[in-house]
Write a protein that binds this ligand. Sequence first.
Ligand code: PLP
Length: 385
Amino acid sequence: MSAYFDYAATTPLDPAVLQVMLPFFSDEYGNPSSIHHAGQRAEAAIEESRARVASLLNATPEEITFTGGATESNNLAIRSIARRRREDHGYTRIVTTPVEHPSVLQTCRDLESAEGFELELLPIDSTGRVLTDQLEDHLEDGTALVSVVYANNEIGTINPIEMIGRVCHARRIPLHIDSAQAANHLDLDVDKLKVDAMTLGAHKFYGPKGVGVLYHRKGLLLSPIQTGGSQEFGTRAGTHNVPSIVGFAESFEKARALQLELTPRLTSLRDRIIDTIPREVPDTILTGHRSHRLANHASFAIHGVDSNQLLAALDVSGFACSSGSACKTGNPEPSAILMALGLEPDWALGALRITLGRGTTDAQVEDLLRILPDIVARLRSSQNS
Ligand SMILES: *Cc1c(COP(=O)(O)O)cnc(C)c1O
């Protein structure tokens, strides 16, 4: 039996969520835009899902757009807010961080190279947190939007969103946050966080892949990036993915309800991993913040070890882990995020990410902790010979 330690990459679909989705693949096949009863029932399912999601975010249903995933939500938020703010005010600066998910960073870079926006990367500390005391200096006049990751997928670091939100709010600059990793463990009250737009994706919280949400505060006018029909109040054209939207709401509600029980349990397993690995594996450091980090997330840099080789060796022994970044093939490349934290390549090449979830047991963690030092020692000796 293999042990899954890659819950930050994706989570298994909750069987109870699948049951709620199934009728919308078969009997309830109506198009929500149709006039007849079958269409009305599909539309009702979507609107009920929207209301459920909105209430969990302390938002209103009109502020929720269903998308094809977190990547699309990030694209929709950044592209439409940036373009709209330029049209309305002439603002051309986009402010983000050097440790964003590619769906944020590459979107900002594309707006820079293809549409003439200026990109500004906020300074971060060595754990990947935004330096809030320097934030004000980087929000010059003409800033169209700020986009910051809530909890980092690669290193687990949690950003002080409330503080960033307060600064942006005072300067009337819209703040978008990528909350794709946050939904199982962190507060998502949009008023408390003082955010204007928020990205979520269901497959990170035991829902289906290929469906996401963009929360966008009332008054923040979004222009579509995908044009066509008038679905989603004109924000996102295309026939709704009814089963996935229903699955989003169901899995999101369940994830929020389970947080109270899951977060403390995983936090103690995480701390056991974080305390043990740097002690038992020589020349290994924790990456990201010690305490401002996701409850289910442990990440390390192991000096002089090729992360792809390590992951393959762990896989053979029955442990599905990750390096945290998407690079799977070809020449090993050091993680851009670890480099942005100031790590040298011989450290950044040895990234190991261990992420926990509902199915993680104490025994699985102990097995992994027992086997890892030997695997690393074996790889190091074969690389040196
Ligand atoms: C997973 C993830 C995304 C993208 O999700 P997709 O399902 O690939 O669209 C974006 N941001 C973060 C922080 C993520 O963890």
